[in-house]
Design a binder for this molecule. Structure first.
Ligand SMILES: *[C@@H]1O[C@H](CO)[C@@H](O)[C@H](O)[C@H]1NC(C)=O
Length: 383
């Protein structure tokens, strides 16, 4: 028999493939329909891919950066600088508040919170205030004794205490990023897209906790302005930080501080010399932008995430320096860098921490400065 009378074996494949594809799609649709995860639409006017131009950039910050304390620091999330002692306090994922001596990078396990210390700030009396994701707002005395200050506000327990700063008068400003999701599944807060975060104030004299601003989208870093008349708080998915006035004519009101950051803001720290530094875990990729825009994408991400699929969507992480007027002046980043949660300039170095990666990234800013020509939107060959 001529071979042409036998159907070639490849003919049957497309049908099998079609059946498999239909079965896969049908299964996916059933999974999707049955899944109770119900993401919300974010405010459309707050979403954009626009990035406000920064004056100067160093987009290759890994060239020249060193990593210190890699063996001792598993995931140092935030820093508080004590200039008198010449050291930095940082919270680690093993539940320890550690301190790092800057002259020789010696790391000391200092106080155990038993939770996950995230935001840290130095109090006027030399104590350290800690936003512990698991334990709430804590104070660690100069002697290293851990005290719990508050774990709830208005009857709503904190689920993810995140950022903290202290005013000169000792008043503590802090955030609860989400009243629903804990740190281990914080990503579902972003995927759900509801404003479940709060900016709060703790008064150490009355020992009371007060809600300042509710309905925030993943309320993250907090910094008190050196003038002591406003507090800045950052909302990660919206790529913005706003001011909340705590004194003067505008007391109690909210105003824009900085919008359209080159990445999603995490902690914000004041460097004592006219600049706030904002840690940026990732830039806003077009994928994340579409996900924020379309709840259906976030629902699919949530389902696949729960089944263990986690694509690497982060890149161009780093830190941006912003002046007191909210103008972005210098951006340090690298395509290969992600999950940077804090950046802080101390003397002539930029120190970056991460809630995932070990060690502290240190960059000498005299040797590796940001330049006008280093910015992606700059096509001038100057400098
Ligand atoms: C670092 O500072 C500490 C405390 O001030 C001091 O004891 C130590 O010798 C210094 N180390 C270096 C390498 O300078």
């Amino acid at each position: 028999m001529p071979e042409s009378n036998n159907p070639p074996p490849s003919r049957s494949l497309p049908l099998a493939l079609k059946i498999t594809a239909v079965a896969l799609v049908a299964t996916a649709v059933v999974f999707y329909k049955l899944d109770p995860f119900d993401p919300a639409s974010l405010p459309a006017e707050e979403l954009s891919l626009a990035v406000e131009a920064v004056e100067k950039c160093n987009g290759r910050m890994l060239q020249g950066a060193e990593r210190v304390g890699v063996a001792e620091l598993k995931a140092p999330e935030d820093f508080a600088y004590d200039s008198d002692l010449g050291l930095v306090y940082t919270g680690d994922s093993d539940g320890w508040l550690k301190r790092v001596r800057l002259n020789d990078s010696a790391v000391e396990k200092w106080a155990f919170t038993g939770g996950r210390p995230l935001g840290v700030a130095l109090g006027p009396d030399g104590s350290v205030l800690v936003a512990d994701a698991d334990k709430g707002l804590l104070k660690v005395t100069k002697e290293g004794v851990v005290e719990t200050l508050t774990t709830e506000a208005g009857g709503l327990k904190f689920q993810l205490t995140d950022g903290v700063d202290v005013a000169d008068d000792g008043t503590v400003y802090f955030t609860d990023a989400s009243s629903k999701y804990r740190l281990h599944n914080f990503i579902f807060d972003m995927l759900e897209g509801r404003p479940l975060g709060r900016l709060l104030r703790y008064d150490p004299t009355t020992k009371t906790t007060e809600l300042l601003v509710g309905d925030l989208y993943f309320a993250n870093g907090v910094a008190v302005a050196p003038s002591q008349d406003f507090v800045i708080f950052c909302e990660t998915p919206l790529r913005r930080c706003r001011k909340y006035y705590i004194a003067g004519d505008r007391k109690g009101s909210i105003e824009k501080f900085v919008d359209n950051l080159p990445g999603t803001p995490d902690n914000i720290k004041y460097d004592g010399h006219g600049h706030f530094w904002i840690g940026l875990p990732t830039e806003m990729t077009s994928f994340w932008y579409l996900a924020l825009k379309y709840p259906v994408i976030r629902k699919i991400m949530a389902i696949t995430r729960r089944h263990g699929w986690r694509p690497n969507l982060e890149r161009n992480g780093g830190a941006v320096a912003v002046n007191l007027e909210g103008k972005q002046v210098a951006w340090y980043y690298d395509y290969e860098l992600s999950m940077i949660t804090t950046g802080l300039k101390i003397k002539n170095h930029l120190y970056c921490g991460s809630f995932v990666f070990p060690g502290i990234l240190r960059l000498n800013l005299d040797r590796y400065p940001a330049r006008t020509a280093g910015c992606p939107w700059s096509n001038s060959g100057d400098l």
